[in-house]
Design a protein around this ligand. Structure first.
Ligand SMILES: Cc1ncc(COP(=O)(O)O)c(C=O)c1O
Length: 473
């Protein structure tokens, strides 16, 4: 007995964490003290996560949440999905090399084959792939270099509201000013065009007319020898802007953009880093409009939760010299194994169709909630990429009957959701769009619960400021 007590004392002395193991650790305080001022999610979602399974996260206090952030849309199959775990376990016990640069392996070959099988045949027949490195931003950088090299031109066209990453080039083609304004000398020669954000239409028109005027304006710039814009190396485009506020581009507008970029021989880079692999109700968002991009950016879900990004592009652009693009971590075999399992599961279980059905179900709930809450200005999105734009109905409308954004209310609703066990993120102009990005495996019952929590949170969050539609007249 005495001996037992003795060994316990020794353990306590030897183990530097012994004290903290007994007392609860204040993870958030420690994080705040040590991590950079650039930390973002923890400011709005102040939790420390201990466990994750499917669509659920559990924090260190034992509270469980619906995860409708899913690592910014990365966790297509949710957390710790059995097929992903199985693939990972098989990979780590098979003496597979973890990193191979761009040297091939059987798993890489299978992974590329699966991507080829996933693409429309007309694209796959003439496609080339470049593994870029771990992040989506790496894919953006690679694509910009690719089209500059192939065309010999220097400029890029992008869109207001765009988000393509945080590196110098990718931030250069992104719209949000706050991360840009303090960074000198971002990639030059980027021109921003109006995106068809029809709720707050840049032309004050909205609807089909706003969309038509937008594409007409872009065509006139491309045709005008005095537009001030030198013929660009490429155009980069999200088909549903995610971080920009969940804004889907109308299919007809997308087809028009494809027609004009083809006519002007401007390579069209479609960024499906967030929309890819079933998220919008099709395997790729470009399938909604039927276009084929020249360059396709893929990351997030493609690694099954491990970091990986690729660009897939038309072989006519492949004029790169050997070593023109490289990166140490582009040969992440574990990510290819988990990515392969994820893509196979998405395709075999028809998760795109499931995402479309679940998205419709959630959209209907959100639209019903909207009818009773004037602070919900717009409900929009595609598949399981949905957004609710929060406005201030007490402030006067613009010419099109749209109230100004209400970031404070959006924040209150987000907080009220978190209190009730639902993780949602904000995006869009002034961070006033509440975004729903659940894993694709979400069930109808879970969708109903998510909507129920959101509804309760809108009532609470709106609080004293809330006015019903009836009150508005
Ligand atoms: C459309 C899009 N492009 C690019 C990126 C950048 O990816 P990463 O954060 O992995 O660099 C993101 C990230 O959210 C994205 O949504």
């Amino acid at each position: 007995m005495k001996g037992d007590r003795g060994s316990l004392t020794i353990n306590l002395i030897q183990n530097p964490y012994a004290k903290t193991m007994k007392e609860p650790i204040d993870y958030l305080k420690r994080q705040q003290e040590r991590e950079s001022n650039a930390r973002s999610y923890p400011r709005r979602i102040p939790i420390a996560i201990k466990e994750a399974k499917g669509i659920y996260l559990t924090d260190t206090n034992g509270k469980t949440y619906f995860d409708c952030l899913a690592a910014a849309g990365t966790m297509a199959l949710g957390h710790n999905h059995p097929v992903v775990l199985e693939a990972l376990q098989a990979a780590v016990t098979s003496n597979l090399p973890w990193q191979t640069l761009d040297i091939t392996t059987p798993i890489k070959d299978e992974f590329v084959e699966e991507i080829w099988q996933s693409l429309p045949p007309t694209f796959a027949q003439r496609a080339k792939i470049q593994f870029c490195g771990p992040s989506g931003s790496d894919a953006t950088e690679a694509a910009i270099k690719l089209v500059k090299t192939a065309t010999g031109r220097r400029g890029m066209l992008s869109f207001d509201g765009a988000y393509h990453g945080m590196t110098h080039g990718s931030l250069g083609v992104s719209g949000n000013l706050s991360p840009k304004q303090d960074v000198a000398s971002l990639m030059p020669d980027v021109q921003f065009l109006p995106y068809p954000y029809l709720y707050r239409c840049p032309f004050g028109l909205g609807g089909e007319k706003g969309s038509w005027v937008g594409s007409h304006y872009i065509e006139s710039i491309l045709n005008d020898p005095e537009s001030g814009i030198v013929k660009p190396a490429g155009m980069i485009l999200e088909l549903v802007q995610g971080e920009g506020g969940v804004i889907p581009a109308p299919d007809e507008w997308v087809r028009e953009i494809r027609r004009m970029t083809q006519e002007h021989m401007i390579p069209l880079i479609v960024d499906e880093i967030q929309t890819g692999w079933g998220r919008t109700g099709k395997l790729f968002a470009f399938e909604h409009s039927g276009i084929i991009p020249d360059v396709l950016l893929l990351s997030k879900a493609i690694g099954g939760g491990l970091p990986l990004s690729v660009i897939v592009y038309h072989d006519s652009l492949d004029v790169w010299q050997a070593g023109a693009h490289a990166g140490t971590f582009r040969g992440n075999q574990l990510a290819m194994a988990t990515g392969l399992a994820t893509i196979r599961y998405i395709r075999s279980q028809k998760l795109s169709e499931h995402a479309a059905a679940m998205g419709d179900r959630l959209l209907t709930h959100l639209q019903t909630i909207q009818t009773d809450h004037a602070c919900i200005g717009d409900v929009r999105g595609r598949g399981l990429m949905l957004g609710v734009e929060i406005v201030n109905p007490d402030q006067p409308c613009n010419g099109r009957g749209v109230h100004p954004n209400d970031p404070q209310m959006a924040r209150q609703i987000q907080q009220a959701c978190l209190d009730r066990g639902l993780i949602l993120e904000l995006g869009g102009r002034h961070s006033s769009v509440i975004r729903f990005l659940s894993p694709l495996i979400v069930t109808p019952e879970q969708i109903d619960s998510i909507a129920e929590i959101f509804h309760a949170a809108v009532k609470v969050g709106a609080g004293f400021g809330h006015r019903s539609a009836a009150q508005q007249g």
